[in-house]
Design a protein around this ligand. Structure first.
Ligand SMILES: [Zn+2]
Length: 73
């Protein structure tokens, strides 16, 4: 599992479908904020310390929009 922080998520233990707002958020996360192109997601694993590293980059603007580390445990 990853460690996305969802401010509106309720910890009631019940899985519910994404709201329209949440869908929009996810889609936004996968598009370049500058040009709207689909981001290229690259994931690397570091098996030494059990981390996943996620990088999202725009192929058009040549920018990295995010780097996230996920601990695999
Ligand atoms: Zn772009």
């Amino acid at each position: 599992m990853d460690q996305h922080q969802r401010p509106n998520a309720k910890r009631d233990g019940v899985m519910k479908p994404l709201t329209a707002q949440e869908r929009l958020f996810v889609e936004t996360q996968n598009q370049c904020a500058l040009c709207g192109s689909a981001l290229q997601i690259r994931v690397e694993t570091y098996l030494d310390d059990y981390y996943l590293r996620e990088e999202a980059a725009c192929p058009v603007c040549q920018i990295k929009t995010r780097v996230k580390n996920h601990k695999m445990h």
